[in-house]
Design a protein around this ligand. Structure first.
Ligand code: GDP
Ligand code: IMO
Ligand code: MG
Length: 422
């Protein structure tokens, strides 16, 4: 068997959690491969809303095994809060949630370093989620990290050494902080973690594939936030692209099956950094209001704009997307016309490829008629309005990949599969 991968093609928050939940019944296992509690994946069903941060979005469907892979960075305190809330609402995790021994731990001092580095950057700050993501991945790459598996071996010594090193850096930055509460909750989290099954996830996943089991990998963030290919330096610190699933789970490239690329019918971004199609007018406010575009975890207002096909094409290329999923089409239900960016203008010259730097590029738009129809109760593609089908055909023609799923609302049920021939 091969693994399928679902990942965001924009700047995150595309609706990954919702679709992973919808697709989970078709798989035996769901696995996260990168990122950490900077993610906020929202699921809605049976009138309930859940926001997951470190736990994979396959956790609500039956008894499916969910794996937190080696590429993930885990904060034990936040994990404990998330897992306890799920257990309290009747979801048993202990047997079904496996955690890679090789996943790196976010230390309390990583969170403080995240804040200190942001403060030091002043106006150039990234606008991180403040969860210690950058400093944790930095320690991983510089070979100073502490891993989940270390909890069982010489943990106190390893933690003390890392903490002392961080304190030294913070002293150099003249950054004032109080570790007491953070550290207390974190150490409780470490104890709590011990109840879970620590695994060698690369062995587990490859073993499952050999046994004919199917695996869905759940991306976090989005391709435009990838540390190599995103809008650097306004990115996260992991490889969010398809290849991240190989390194973040120990899956060989030839084991990859379908790659689901997910995008909003428009575009959003949280935090700082260039965003060519950003709208600063009434239309932008309208998208924000209708789409409830506020961060799932931080509550931060998301910046809103039109769909950017130059960036999407680039994302499809680096991810090797085989199937597209369009989310939040209902948010555009009332618009008379809809714009799509098909090229950038750079120094007066039009380009249709994603350049080294997108700062200051001007979007070139095509304007299409809106469908002006409430799509939120639709159940099948046969009900799609003509203008909506035209919008889909335009996107497919531009992007060269079929749109196989359309989402028309936040609920699990508001998901329409398209059976059009490829
Ligand atoms: P993720 O990080 O990619 O999982 O996405 P988030 O959960 O951060 O943000 C997506 C938001 O849009 C959540 O509040 C979802 O409940 C909501 N959502 C998902 N799909 C749709 C949709 O088709 N229509 C509408 N209106 N909301 C949606
Ligand atoms: P999901 O998985 C949207 C953004 C932050 C910031 C940058 C770096 O829910 O789509 P970090 O804390 O990772 O160092 O922040 O990345 N960011 C996200 N934006 N959705 C996310 O996750 C994000 N995770 C990080 O806002 O600009
Ligand atoms: Mg999110």
């Amino acid at each position: 068997m091969k693994v399928d991968i679902l990942l965001g093609l924009q700047w995150g928050d595309e609706g990954k959690g919702k679709v992973v939940d919808v697709l989970t019944p078709r798989y035996d296992v769901v696995a996260r491969f990168q990122g950490g509690p900077n993610a906020g994946h929202t699921l809605e069903f049976e009138g309930q809303k859940y926001v997951l941060r470190s736990i994979p979005s396959g956790i609500f469907q039956g008894d499916k095994v969910n794996i937190i892979g080696n590429g993930v960075v885990l904060d034990p305190a936040l994990f404990k809060a998330e897992a306890e809330a799920l257990e309290a609402s009747g979801h048993n995790l202990k047997e079904r949630l496996h955690i890679s021994k090789k996943a790196h731990l976010i230390l309390p001092t990583h969170r403080i370093l995240d804040a200190a580095y942001e403060a030091a950057k002043g106006d150039a700050k990234v606008g991180t989620t403040g969860k210690g993501i950058g400093p944790t991945y930095t320690d991983k790459v510089s070979r100073n990290g502490v891993r989940v598996g270390d909890i069982l071996h010489d943990f106190d010594k390893k933690y003390a050494a890392a903490k002392a090193r961080h304190e030294q850096i913070l002293k150099g930055l003249n950054y004032e902080y109080d570790l007491t509460e953070l550290e207390k909750a974190w150490l409780e989290g470490i104890d709590y973690l011990k109840q879970f099954k620590f695994v060698d996830s690369e062995h587990e996943i490859n073993g499952l594939l050999s046994d004919g089991k199917s695996v869905l990998c759940e991306g976090a963030q989005g391709t435009m936030l990838d540390v190599d290919f995103g809008s650097y330096p306004f990115v996260t610190s992991s490889n969010t692209i398809c290849a991240g699933a190989c390194t973040g789970l120990g899956i060989a490239p030839n084991k990859i099956g379908e790659v689901y690329g997910i995008f909003k019918a428009y575009c959003t971004r949280v935090g700082a950094g260039p965003f060519p199609t950003e709208l600063f007018d009434k239309t932008g406010d309208q998208i924000c209001t209708l789409g409830h575009e506020f961060g799932s975890v931080t509550g931060r207002k998301r910046r809103c704009g039109w769909i950017d096909l130059v960036a999407l094409k680039y994302a499809i290329m680096v991810d090797g997307v085989t199937k597209l999923i369009m989310m939040k089409s209902d948010v555009l239900d009332t618009f008379e016309t809809i714009k799509a960016c098909v090229a950038y203008k750079v120094n007066g010259e039009e380009i249709d490829y994603f350049p080294f730097d997108i700062e200051g590029v001007e979007p070139v738009y095509v304007e299409l008629p809106g469908w002006q129809t409430d799509m939120t109760k639709m159940q099948s593609e046969d009900e799609f309005p003509e203008e909506f089908n035209a919008y889909l055909s335009f996107l497919e023609e531009q992007l060269g990949v079929p749109v196989k799923i359309v989402s028309v609302g936040p609920d699990r049920g508001q998901t329409i599969e398209r059976y059009t021939e490829e």
